[in-house]
Design a protein around this ligand. Sequence first.
Ligand SMILES: C[S@@+](CC[C@H](N)C(=O)[O-])C[C@H]1O[C@@H](n2cnc3c(N)ncnc32)[C@H](O)[C@@H]1O
Length: 395
Amino acid sequence: MKQPYAHAMMPVPTHDEHARQNCIADFKMHMEDHVYPANRLVFDQKTLPAFQRANGRAPKSKHEVRHQMERDPFTQMWSSIARTLQEMQWTNVADVVERQEGELKARYRQLRAKARGTLTLNPAVAVPRYNDALDIHCMPGGYSGDQGEDDIFAGALYDRGSHYYGAPLLGAKAHTIEDRPGWMFKERQPRLVIAAVRQMAPGFKPKRILDLGCTVGGSTIALADAFPDAEVYGLDYAAPQLRYAHARAEALGRRVHFVQQNAEATDFPDGSFDLVTSHGLAHETSAKAIRNILRECHRLLKPGGITMHYDPQFSRGLDPHDSFMHDWDAYYNAEPFWGTLHECPVLDLMAEAGFARSKSVEFWGSFGPNLEAVLTPANDHESNIYRTTIFGAKK
Ligand SMILES: C[S@@+](CC[C@H](N)C(=O)[O-])C[C@H]1O[C@@H](n2cnc3c(N)ncnc32)[C@H](O)[C@@H]1O
């Protein structure tokens, strides 16, 4: 698998570190292509008949499937390997970052000194409990582990680590990812969001854009590229991500404004933005927080403005087995809200936040052979893991 493309802030592995990263990534791809799919066979031939014998009916929910499958040695085997690979992958990337932390900090200071964009940190912004209580998706220190002034560790860890986390989810197709901007795994998400915005409002030219939960700005930079005349803001509560995001954007020659705020209640006045987005934020919050965030999107939009969000696929349409497989992260990958969110009727969430149902959309997003965005209206009868849900509305 190709490495993530180089820029001044990207940590660089030694030969041995690189070999270890590839070994873990190849193992993950093998699991995706050859091991996880076999769980359906175990379910159909063993678990389902056993459940039916015991209960006189088929399982009705993903939870019933999980309780049965967790007792099966095959499921126990792959689940244990998957968790171990996840921990190994982060630890290995953490070694790469730690070894060159001093140099990366120095580069952050240099890039900051001649920046075109801005970085506005506010130490009074608290880390929400739903992210502070655990190391989300097993990432050591979570998003916000902060050693104080100029610390960029968590950002560097995410920038390099998210590539080794995300790309192998494509199985062997991960080898087709190119090491250039726009092609990395995390940079695919905004393609779907931007396509949905363009489908909703052809010719839309937002003047001010806010990207919520921007982390290292992968999605934020993609928005800046898609709408070059716009003033673009990336928002996160995590200072080490924002420091890194700022330096990364400068290293890549993009002008973006990064702010440390909580997406549930920002400091921006009503009607400040034409477009408000998020990419992978929803599943990392909570039932209360996602409602606050969507209400905040409504408040922040000008009349006629658009909000659009990306998340790994909601459970809608999935049969109990696929829904159980999809839910693994909620129980074994420190993503506690993953399963609950994905059961939420997304159009109800938008309506609760104040958006008209007639102006709200819900798509399943996937990619064509040349990475072109493919948006399919979400429905209740196709059990097929597309892997992404794109949802939003026009105010
Ligand atoms: C999966 S990451 C988003 C990835 C990012 N959009 C990208 O392009 O790589 C989720 C981010 O949301 C942030 N986050 C979670 N809850 C938040 C909140 N209430 N306010 C601001 N940021 C939040 C986390 O700190 C994390 O950086």
